[in-house]
Write a protein that binds this ligand. Structure first.
Ligand SMILES: NC(=O)c1ccc[n+]([C@@H]2O[C@H](COP(=O)([O-])OP(=O)(O)OC[C@H]3O[C@@H](n4cnc5c(N)ncnc54)[C@H](OP(=O)(O)O)[C@@H]3O)[C@@H](O)[C@H]2O)c1
Length: 247
């Protein structure tokens, strides 16, 4: 499989890039910092036992939509094709911080929703032009319900989840497999400083689960799996209970 990954310099994206390369997929890294991408490409090559110089990369910044087209075109050209696009890139900040910093809130809503969708639209068009493929995007369980600790971040992820659902409904029959990943709490740089719940996940285990979902074309995947059950309960709670609890 020829895969372009946006956000593979850290966290779950890095784990996915390593695992994909290790099993023989051709990976192309997209990210916002050229030096970071170079280091990440070397890391993937060494850990996956891929020959030096085989993992290519291009700058693609979710705050700069003008980078989307050229970055995807470079990936397609370098790999002589494109079978899948994976988006793990995203921004997080606590609700308290976002409430006191309107500019950060605007940036987060733009990166996690509007620009992620704009990027996916370009990826979708390229994949469909080749007869289909896989578009796998990381949303969040935070988008399942309006929740006090993640009002703004959750709103962006809720919009993203609905967009991905619509894509899957419309384009699956045309060959585009859209996969919406809904991680629960996973210990990465994004959650540094936050108290992990007892059912927190690790990036490598999440990546392995996502890889299976990609191979099977599963439209929605909760990771760790336990979060499917947790969110089933949360979705069923009446509004007056949600007002009382801090979850
Ligand atoms: N960790 C969790 O508990 C959790 C839970 C639910 C959902 N998620 C979602 O899962 C995804 C992966 O999360 P993670 O925990 O692996 O995050 P992470 O370790 O913080 O990695 C995030 C990645 O996004 C990239 N990124 C940030 N802003 C970008 C921009 N403007 N343009 C391009 N790339 C950008 C980062 O690149 P730099 O290296 O340049 O910063 C980094 O590679 C995210 O969408 C996140 O919202 C995470």
């Amino acid at each position: 499989m020829k895969v372009a990954l946006l956000g593979a310099t850290k966290g779950m994206g890095r784990s996915l890039a390593r695992q994909m390369a290790a099993r023989g997929d051709t990976v192309f890294l997209l990210g916002r910092d050229a030096a970071d991408l170079e280091r990440s490409a070397c890391d993937v090559e060494v850990r996956a036992g891929v020959p030096e110089g085989r993992v290519a990369h291009a700058v693609c910044d979710l705050e700069r939509p003008e980078t989307f087209g050229p970055a995807l075109a470079e990936a397609e050209k370098a790999m002589d094709g494109l079978d899948a696009v994976v988006v793990t890139a995203g921004l997080f900040a606590t609700q308290e911080r976002l409430e006191s910093d309107a500019e950060l809130a605007r940036r987060l809503l733009t990166v996690d929703f509007a620009h992620t969708v704009a990027f996916c639209e370009q990826a979708r068009a390229r994949l469909l032009a080749r007869g289909g493929g896989t578009l796998c995007v990381f949303s969040s369980v935070a988008g399942e319900r309006g929740r006090k600790p993640v009002i703004l971040y959750g709103a962006a992820k809720a919009g993203l989840t609905r967009y991905l659902e619509g894509l899957d409904h419309k384009f699956r029959s045309a060959g585009l497999r859209t996969i919406c990943v809904k991680p629960g709490f996973v210990t990465t740089g994004m959650t540094e400083g936050l108290k992990p719940p007892p059912f927190a996940g690790e990036p490598d285990a999440v990546a392995a689960r996502v890889l299976t979902a990609i191979d099977r074309g599963k439209p929605v995947v909760y990771a760790p799996a336990m979060w499917a059950l947790i969110m089933l309960v949360i979705r069923s709670l009446p509004r007056f209970v949600m007002r009382r609890i801090g979850f």
